[in-house]
Design a binder for this molecule. Structure first.
Ligand code: SOE
Length: 383
């Protein structure tokens, strides 16, 4: 391990995503045999005191209070962006122009124009770039793609995807940044709808080419957030407008001829992180629910569905971890993500999902918003 080349990582943001990315950078070298050893060099955040406390807790060597300083540093070769969407484009473009590799949280940006600028910067820069759609790295999701590639499903006819959460059902839950359009770009649509669009495209190998959509904001005004802007925030007595969707539903066509339905909501009372996808093909079907993330359900047609416990050493990523049946969790998907990113950097391969893949998802989100706003029956993604 000690003779591996070290590569410095600088991360911007230390809330939920920053914490889980930190865990990934910290543990990846202990479980995967990698050509590069990440060094958790610098953490950037606005408040010096809080950033120092986060760095000490999460294992970062130094702090900056301006991400521009982090991007300028010689001991940073990878910039990991864990901020709300409103700063993704600016940080990513600056980092790419400074010759860094960039890992950026999803959705890629808040608008198609920003995502396009990021794709242009990525194409012109020497550094590698990747958007962090972590659910691709759930072993069962990667196995689902393998099944499709092996032809076990035959021709794909239906995709049924849902992402169901309930953390804002309470009208007193405060107006955190995820509920503000200027910071998050969109609501459930961007935050979790983007994941199911990416997962559907990843597993089937087909792109969403047209949609017909409906969005809703059930609670239009909420208490302003007090101390924290995260999922555990508390409210004040002042209120503000919710400027994003609470739920987004859409149907769509895929480039290979399949039809799809998508539902993204934070109002599915009792559902915590139910990222679900079912795919029906001419020869077989598969079904996945993140709340039981170590399982993939497969049907070869007759006899209904059978459970595949995705904990065997020959299943994607699993061999690096525990013996069969011992299972993985949410955080492992991020460890797999940084493992794949480091390998791509070391070998010169292009990591996926690329910024271009992120832009493709962004265009679908924009088409959903257009369709919902216009009440149109069917909206082509490229229009
Ligand atoms: C909040 O809805 C959230 O943390 C998303 O932002 C993540 O992308 C998802 O993985 C879990 O839920």
């Amino acid at each position: 391990m000690s003779d591996r080349t070290t590569i410095g990582v600088g991360m911007v943001g230390y809330a939920f995503m920053g914490r889980v990315h930190s865990q990934a950078w910290r543990s990846v070298g202990a479980f995967f045999d990698l050509p590069l050893a990440p060094r958790m060099a610098v953490l950037a955040g606005r408040s010096k005191e809080r950033t120092e406390a986060a760095a000490a807790q999460l294992g970062w060597d130094a702090v900056e209070t301006d991400w521009r300083e982090l991007v300028r540093r010689d001991d940073v070769q990878i910039v990991d962006i864990c901020t709300p969407g409103d700063s993704h484009a600016e940080i990513a473009v600056a980092a790419l122009e400074a010759g860094k590799h960039v890992l950026c949280e999803k959705p890629l940006a808040n608008t198609v124009a920003e995502a396009e600028a990021m794709v242009r910067a990525a194409a012109a820069a020497p550094g590698k770039s990747m958007v962090a759609f972590n659910y691709r790295r759930v072993p069962a999701v990667a196995l689902a793609r393998r099944y499709v590639e092996e032809g076990r499903l035959g021709e794909i006819r239906h995709v049924r995807a849902q992402y169901l959460q309930d953390w804002i059902v309470d009208p007193e839950f405060p107006l955190v940044w995820r509920l503000q359009k200027d910071k998050a770009g969109a609501g459930a649509l961007g935050d979790i709808g983007s994941h199911i669009v990416d997962a559907a495209q990843f597993i089937t190998g087909q792109n969403v080419v047209g949609v017909s959509a409906l969005t809703e904001t059930f609670i239009k005004e909420r208490p302003l957030a007090a101390e924290s802007a995260g999922l555990g925030a508390t409210g004040t007595s002042a209120t503000g407008q919710v400027t994003v969707d609470d739920a987004a539903l859409f149907i769509g066509r895929l480039s290979g001829g399949a039809v799809a339905s998508f539902e993204a909501t934070r109002f599915a009372t009792g559902r915590k992180n139910a990222m679900r996808i079912e795919i029906n093909g001419s020869r077989g079907s598969l079904a996945f629910d993140f709340e039981a993330m170590n399982e993939l359900w497969f049907s070869a047609g007759g006899g209904g569905f059978e459970r595949v416990l995705v904990t065997e050493p020959d299943h994607p990523y699993v061999g690096a971890w525990w013996p069969p049946g011992h299972g993985l969790g949410y955080e492992h998907t991020f460890t797999h993500e940084v493992k794949d990113f480091l390998e791509a950097i070391a070998t010169g391969a292009d990591p996926t999902p690329s910024f271009a893949d992120g832009l493709r998802v962004q265009r679908v989100l924009a088409a959903v918003e257009r369709s919902a706003a216009e009440g149109s029956r069917y909206t082509n993604v490229e229009d």
